[in-house]
Design a protein around this ligand. Structure first.
Ligand code: HEC
Length: 155
């Protein structure tokens, strides 16, 4: 009995490490080259993710916008943390719904945890699938992203 309990606790521990670790692994493989290992970006070229994109989920539609940025890319003039960008991020259509959910949960709950609204719920793969069903161009994504930023009063 004790042994079973011990094994169960150990497995739960491993499962939670696998969950948190997966988003980070996806980030390191696909995003860190531009947005840097710590999500700080490169001012004027690659916008920051840390201490910034958590603002987006203060409106529910921000969850869709973040999913769209990853799945469809983003191209157009944006301003992030007071700096202007007019660059192009390619789509990452090869990522699964699970990978996108893990990736966003990692970015939001580690580098943006102070910005998250009360009762923030992690994204699920089913939710990502729903948002991805709407096909957008990278330019469309910049427009919806800018509309959201304006609504939130972000500059
Ligand atoms: C080749 C470089 C590159 C890679 C790799 C990349 N991005 Fe980007 N990302 C950009 C650029 C450039 C922009 C700004 C685009 C613009 O100016 O319209 C951007 C914008 C963003 C934004 C919007 C920030 C804002 O303020 O609206 C998010 C979120 C984002 N990237 C997340 C990611 C994630 C997550 C990954 C990994 C799947 C990733 N990026 C991979 C270059 C990259």
């Amino acid at each position: 009995m004790r042994k079973i309990l011990f094994t169960a606790v150990l497995m739960m521990g491993l499962a939670s490490i696998a969950f948190a670790g997966n988003g980070q692994a996806v980030y390191n493989q696909f995003c860190a080259s531009c947005h840097m290992a710590n999500g700080q970006g490169a001012p004027g070229t690659f916008p920051p993710l840390a201490g910034w994109v958590g603002n987006f989920v203060k409106q529910d539609e921000g969850r869709a916008v973040l999913t769209h940025i990853i799945a469809f890319g983003v191209q157009g003039k944006i301003s992030a943390k007071g700096k202007t960008y007019n660059n192009f991020m390619p789509p990452f259509a090869q990522l699964s719904n699970d990978q996108i959910a893990d990736l966003l949960n990692f970015i939001l709950t580690t580098w943006n945890k102070d910005l998250l609204p009360k009762g923030f719920k992690p994204l699920t793969a089913a939710e990502v699938a729903k948002y991805r069903a709407k096909a957008l161009t990278a330019a469309d994504v910049a427009k919806e992203r800018n509309a959201l930023a304006a609504k939130l009063g972000l500059k």
